[in-house]
Design a protein around this ligand. Structure first.
Ligand SMILES: Cc1cc2nc3c(=O)[nH]c(=O)nc-3n(C[C@H](O)[C@H](O)[C@H](O)COP(=O)(O)O)c2cc1C
Length: 435
């Protein structure tokens, strides 16, 4: 399914809020998306652009799973299965590819509905752009980079150190890229996945749901033929520009850094292309960051103890916390699971391990397990000065070192006469009492 077919189906099922009043990309759109979250929103009239804007598309595991017609509990298995069985997208055969219906070789970013999200932001941002880049040795890579516009054709992009895109750029100094906007969730989730260098994330996306690719018009990169927009151009390692401030995943303002410039040299798009506004720090951003870490944590934990489920939860910014459900068979399984969870997600700061009777999607239930099953001097794992996340404002400046904590919230195997299970209330049939 293309993204627009999905949007049409949301509209048919009355799940889409359609805003017909003219709305500005300057603060208004971000404010409306946040107020209506998690409801998907279509902005039909954009004050600064002739293109329509869509947002809040996948604000949780529910809407993501609905797209694939699977229950949310199947997502980890679906993502793991796609990583284990990658497949090449087909070549687009149907004549002119939708993403190339319009080819503009004299691009002007001012014509696009780039949002200015929050007071204090450094500029208008592209927040949903999937960067496709090719390296002669490693092949094609897909990942996300936020891009702050500073002229009609230039943006400064945030490139996190040591990620594959950074490795490509450090090696080549200039990289031709195609930045796709308006993509279905198989490609969004795959691009947010970290796999070995040389592993083309589009092959993960194709197993999740098959699609076709087409060569970009001016750069040697294959792009999803049904994308809404493709921005083609070059990223320069040594041409730098201030990037930020920007409100990031933690909903706090990230600092200004000198970052590589992405110069846009061509824009191709559908005739009536839809711009995907991905609200930074909000639920859709959180889902795409956290969910792809769940299979890696799951697999790592499952190697040492039986893992039942993992939730990289929004309360932990969908990045810094992981809640891991295990079936405990040995006294030290909780601690083993903590170590394995850290190995499965290197930016994780706090891990909570729970038993099968604790609902990992209910923060009150997890806190209940902490209140009733946890003793800090016995069940807490402390790892001072561990590598942390650049996203965590409390991590050490420059090094991003952090203190990792693991909370073993599982009950002891031997209960010494104490009850650790919740006692259910009597089950009554309310209709017997006229209720
Ligand atoms: C919505 C979203 C925005 C992101 N923005 C950035 C960014 O601005 N810079 C960056 O380096 N990584 C960003 N990331 C993270 C990378 O896309 C992610 O870590 C990716 O999986 C790394 O790819 P790699 O394994 O090919 O290195 C973002 C991820 C998501 C889901």
């Amino acid at each position: 399914m293309s993204l627009r077919e999905h949007i049409q189906s949301l509209q048919r099922n009355e799940k889409l809020a359609v805003i017909r009043e003219p709305v500005s990309t300057r603060y208004e759109m971000a404010g409306i998306l946040k107020k209506l979250e998690p409801r998907p929103v279509l902005f039909e009239h954009v004050k600064e652009s002739s293109f329509q804007v869509i947002g809040n598309l996948f604000c949780g595991k529910g809407p993501f799973a609905d797209y694939f017609h699977i229950p949310p509990a199947r997502i980890i298995a679906a993502l793991s299965g796609a990583i284990a069985n990658p497949s090449r997208p087909a070549e687009w055969k149907g004549g002119v590819a939708p993403c190339q219906e319009v080819v503009n070789l004299a691009p002007d970013l001012d014509e696009l509905p780039l949002l200015l999200h929050c007071e204090g932001d450094g500029g208008n941002y592209i927040s949903s752009g999937v960067f496709l880049a090719r390296h002669p040795l490693h092949g094609q890579n897909a990942d996300f980079h936020r891009a702050m516009q500073f002229s009609k054709t230039e943006t400064a992009i945030r490139v996190v150190k040591d990620r594959h895109f950074d490795i490509f750029l450090q090696d080549r100094k200039t990289l031709d890229v195609a930045v796709c906007i308006g993509l279905p969730p198989n490609i969004l989730a795959a691009a947010a996945t970290s796999v070995a260098i040389g592993f083309d994330e589009l092959t993960i996306a194709n197993t999740l749901e098959p699609f076709a690719v087409v060569p970009a018009k001016t750069v040697a990169v294959l792009v999803p033929a049904e994308a809404e927009f493709v921005l083609e151009g070059t990223v320069y390692l040594e041409r730098r520009h201030a990037e930020g401030p920007f409100v990031d995943l933690t909903e706090t303002q990230d600092i200004v850094r000198d970052e590589p410039v992405f110069e846009v040299k061509a824009i191709t798009h559908r005739r009536d292309a839809l711009w995907h506004a991905l609200l930074p720090g909000a639920l859709e951003h959180k889902l795409l960051m956290g969910m792809p870490r769940e299979p890696t944590i799951f697999q790592s934990v499952n190697r040492v103890v039986r893992c039942l489920d993992v939730h990289v939860n929004p309360g932990g910014c969908s990045w810094l916390h992981a809640i891991v459900q295990i079936e405990k068979r040995h006294d030290d399984d909780g601690k083993q699971a903590i170590e394995a969870a850290f190995a499965g997600h290197r930016s994780c700061k706090h891990v909570f391990v729970v038993d099968p009777d604790v609902d990992i999607y209910d923060p009150l239930a997890v806190e209940w397990a902490m209140a009733t099953r946890f003793q800090a001097d016995r069940d807490l794992v402390i790892k001072p000065r561990a590598p942390g996340s650049s996203l965590d404002p409390s991590s050490e400046p420059e090094t991003y070192n952090t203190c990792r904590l693991g909370f073993d919230l599982t009950k002891p195997l031997q209960s010494a006469g104490k009850k650790f299970e919740k006692t259910p209330f009597p089950d009554v049939d309310l209709s017997t009492f006229g209720l």
